[in-house]
Write a protein that binds this ligand. Sequence first.
Ligand SMILES: Cc1cc2nc3c(=O)[nH]c(=O)nc-3n(C[C@H](O)[C@H](O)[C@H](O)COP(=O)(O)OP(=O)(O)OC[C@H]3O[C@@H](n4cnc5c(N)ncnc54)[C@H](O)[C@@H]3O)c2cc1C
Length: 496
Amino acid sequence: MSDLPDLASIHAADTVVGTPALLARPTTHDRWVDRRDPVAIVGGGLAGIAAATVLESCGLAVILIESRQDLGGRASSFQDAQSGEWLDNCQHVLLGCCSNLIDLYRRLGAIEHIKWYRRVHYIDDRGRHYSLWSVPGLPAPLHLGPAMALFSLLSIGERLSVAHAMRAMMRLGKSGRAGLANISFGEWLARHHQPTSVIKKFYDPIVISALNEDTQRAAALYAIEVFQEAMLRNRHGYMMGLPDGPLQTLYTHRPCRDVRLGQRVTEIVCRDKTVSTIRLASGEHIAVSAVVLATNHHAVEKLISPEWLRTDSRFASLGKLESVPILGAHMWFDRPVMKLPHAALIEGPLQWLFRKDELGTAVHGVISAARPWATTPHEHCAALFERQLQMIFRQPQAKLVRYRIVIEKRATFAPSPGIDRFRPPQAPVPGGIENLFLAGDYTRTGWPATMEGAVRSGYLAAGALLQAMPHTAKLPSPLANDLPFERAARWLSGSD
Ligand SMILES: Cc1cc2nc3c(=O)[nH]c(=O)nc-3n(C[C@H](O)[C@H](O)[C@H](O)COP(=O)(O)OP(=O)(O)OC[C@H]3O[C@@H](n4cnc5c(N)ncnc54)[C@H](O)[C@@H]3O)c2cc1C
């Protein structure tokens, strides 16, 4: 394990975009952009937080409205009624390649709460421990080479298979990856002769958790993006970041001055192709110059009138996005069970484990793509998890004294082949609502539903809104730079 508090400094994009006090400039057109009313951001998840941060830093008057009492949306914590402790709805993991999320944490002053791990641990069904680590100073993709060569979880033949597939992914580049939008990763793995045993031991722990989808069913485009961005582009891309406390501690710095918590928007009122007002459950009406709608896609359908759901083509295919559940299990044992800070588990049911206290008595387990678990009774889950941990930690006497299981049924949308044609763009489309911008992990970001995808969507929505204002035409995109494509990686891939 190693702490890398300076990871963020490798990202070139800095925090402030645009010039302040844009709205104070004189304007000549009588359009929505010239109104002095504030921009409303509906939804205080990562997408809404990201949009609010950028727009307020550009001098716009911003109101962020969130129906819950806390910010963070799906990446947030709740207070356990039994113990009073703050628990995350589920452990959230980021990687070094999540440039925009890291940029947002910097803007929010939260980056020092992220602990970085250079060594990624694995435990097999018999409790044997393996790890992947990088050699400091070696550029991507060579940085993981020595660890892969010694990765005895895989036989030598299996390691060669992985090397063959990684080489093929490198050669694809970004454009080759884009050409795989309509095929499944299972199909791509079969074409590249990857044995079932390698899928289970190597691909599953990475792909299922990163995409919240079965390795075989996920779009090849997104699965390959994970390997290209996290492992094959830059030596820092694969590093695992974990918050050092509950997710809530990341949002103590407000993204804008006017944050209204515990207030639910009930309607986005639209006339002549523009939103003029939003209505709150309290009965309040707020006049707005524009709206960034940053809820999940299920809520969108409740806030927009049926007429505009039909007319604005961005809403046409939202019903095609399938939700996939994630299970998170908070568990407290009567004795220390876990020494490692985290581990991927090769044999289920839990797929990943995270140690939650110094002693290792409190642990958190995760099952992604948890469709079969959505209706399983919690006592049954707990009994299975207790047995799994007793076995892998070789502590048959260890007793689970308390647990709390959280199943998010609508955790993320399924990143299926061809999914991107159903994901709407953030910016208004011809014939649609002219001052309504969409943000949220479900919008078209080029990323799967992750914290990074959500932040990208918020930045893209804010960028599109700023771009629509005549006096801001020259602003750079608020998106942070991706990690640099290291020379060795570029040379070995021979591609873009
Ligand atoms: C269990 C689980 C585990 C996950 N693990 C990871 C992980 O390890 N790594 C990772 O990168 N990603 C992970 N994700 C995905 C990540 O959490 C999401 O992609 C991201 O948080 C989505 O952010 P968002 O802003 O797009 O949407 P949301 O977080 O859903 O935010 C939307 C907000 O809008 C609010 N809202 C809705 N309707 C209204 C209304 N009418 N008025 C006002 N407010 C409203 C909601 O309360 C919510 O706060 C996980 C998700 C889940 C559920």
